[in-house]
Write a protein that binds this ligand. Sequence first.
Ligand code: SF4
Length: 274
Amino acid sequence: MSEDQTVRHVCGISGGKDSAALAIYLKDVRKLTNVEYFFTDTGKELPEVYDFLERMESYLGTEIVRLGANRDFDHYLKLYGNYLPSPRQRWCTRELKIKPFERWIGDSQAVTYVAIRSDEPAREGYISTKSSIRAVFPFREDGVTRADVFRILEETVGIPAYYSWRSRSGCYFCFFQRRGEWLNLKKVHPDLYESAKQYEKTDPVTGKTYTWIQGLPLSELEAQDRPVFDGVLARSVKPKSWQDQLSTVAVRTPEMEAVLNGDGEDEGCLICHL
Ligand code: SF4
């Protein structure tokens, strides 16, 4: 693929820390002025993600193009036989993230900037199935690490607010979230937790249950577990740094430790969570 003016340069922003830092890096360090930024919107993202996108647009001084699927999540849920998506049946990513992106690229030749860091093990996930799209990895090329990512964000747009209670971006009902994060969702966004519960069903004929966590309906999860934190929510106290944000969580959960330690970040998919 020749590097000429007809090649589009695109960078997906998921609402997560790495892709946000990469967009800032491309602007401030690589001094690229021709990058098209995009966000694939499932319509089920966390409110914090939409707020963060606005901050990003303001900092980048350019629009982040919102890409949407032709039909919404509920349509595809029906299409897939009411099977809730899961790590093994990730139709949500395919229908609501990948296809809109590939439609947007169309027949263009494109370079896509991917925010995999230099300190990460090899990650699997979608980059592109089209030969006309070439992925490049500026953080790997330049030795940018997790600590650098947090520094870039702290010095510019700040850390996305949901990091005080959840370890990654994505849909509010994302099945990649851990049990403690589900309970944090209940605490922080009780309406969204209730909406997620509404998707769980038992087939009256077959008795088969459709739950986000295999074998554990959310109604049982909330009955089994105690709330994972009781403190003042991080976003209401305007913390100075991401460590401060996490320290405002009264009970440090394994999920919060994972965020601090960087563990478990290789789960999930690149297009949703990077
Ligand atoms: S964030 Fe989770 S639920 Fe949403 S599209 Fe991605 S994998 Fe599916």
